[in-house]
Design a protein around this ligand. Sequence first.
Ligand code: DQQ
Length: 492
Amino acid sequence: MDSTTLQKARAYEAQHGAAIPAAERPAYHLTPYIGWMNDPNGFSFYQGKYHLFYQYYPYGTFWGPMHWGHAVSTDLLHWDYLPAALAPDSPSDKDGCFSGSAAELPDGRQLLLYTSVRREEQPDGKTRDVQTQSVAVGDGIHYEKPFQTPVLDERHLPDGFSRFDFRDPKIWQEPDGSYSAVLVGQGKTEGGAALLFHSADGFRWEYVTILDASRGEYGVMWECPDFFELDGKQVLMVGPMEMQARDEFHNGHCVIALIGSYDPVNHRFVRENVQLMDEGIDFYATQTMQAPDGRRIMTAWMQAWAGISDQPHGAKWFGQTICPRELHIRDGRLIQTPVRELDAAHGARVLHENVLMEGETALEGIGGRVADLRVTITPEGKECRAFTIKLAADGAHSTTLTYEPRTRRLILDRSQAGFHQDIVHLRSCTVHSQSDTLSLRILLDRNSIEVFLNGGEQTMTACIYTPPEAERITFAADGAARVTVEQYALHL
Ligand code: DQQ
């Protein structure tokens, strides 16, 4: 039975979401039906379709009592909205249905495991959110909450772990049909930690072990964990909060991958390598799923918590997910590439090969705001001090990528991309590859750019709020460079 709270949300989004013209949304990045979106949830393949739920507040473009929005797709690019799946309407989740994930039950129903939030007055008179985990079961459209009580609560936590920071279950099915889930908790000595749980049926859970923890090194608390095998390695992906800047890590929220080995009998994860997942501005709350063809596919919230005060002009939605990415491991590091479904959306191709560029250059047929652009840059000798790609440009706006061969730095600058406020607009990374040639694949959509360096060895992602008319793309060399530019229009 759908609750009044859920019915109200469904009626509201059906009226206001459906009224937003498609041209006022990105072409292939999912936005909320109406209102606010943060973390992607329940990313799964169920009954022949990809399902993507998301943290959702339909009534405004700000974070409010969390619902779960819902969309489905057959190609991970075109999304159809379904009615909101969850609303904060039961005693354990009355203050929010926070992030979680999905799995299929033996009887064919879909199980949603999510964090239920209940605000509670504490003995000191202060109010705090108690976080437990609850389930909902459904048919891909309608979900029931079968129990009044959570399936995981503080009684399942190891000693010293907080009941206020216990969230974001990521569930998966084991080969024997049982279920495992990784959650984040906060321990007195561990700080942010990834906790492993096990269940025979998805409803009765038991604590197994701590897989890994920050211990002061990677932020104060972790969020949105994921744990999966990939190309012979094991990956634990988490979002550290209040990370301290050092090496490639910047302050605040980010996503890191702890890559190592895993002994499933003794549940022992051994970390070998830690990698920042995206070196741009807007990337958080990742979630992966295994597609029917075996691909490990990742989505994420294409936004930074620090930047939520600046929003697209006049839009009735806020928040987007990335174009889903395929993951692989190469030389112990994660490689990310846009899902291959994007290649099937390729329209007209324009190619300019091996062009010697000095000064600013515009190329015939290169431009637009919805495109898949590949640029290969080979600096001409030591005289090339910098090479800049100017995107989404008009007289007043632009977003630039500048490569400085001497320092091997790539600088993303969106300070002229239509923002009102002085949030983070500039970020740079050191290009890992030692090759003389830098190859960039740039996914442009109306409100974002996603940059893949050297076949996906590194990525930089950022939202842009540039007016749609700003669609010029130009190139400029300070010195000289040989450049190949290939652009595909996208038919979406
Ligand atoms: N967002 C959710 C939490 C999660 C956080 C609440 C991360 O479950 O930890 O909207 O962005």
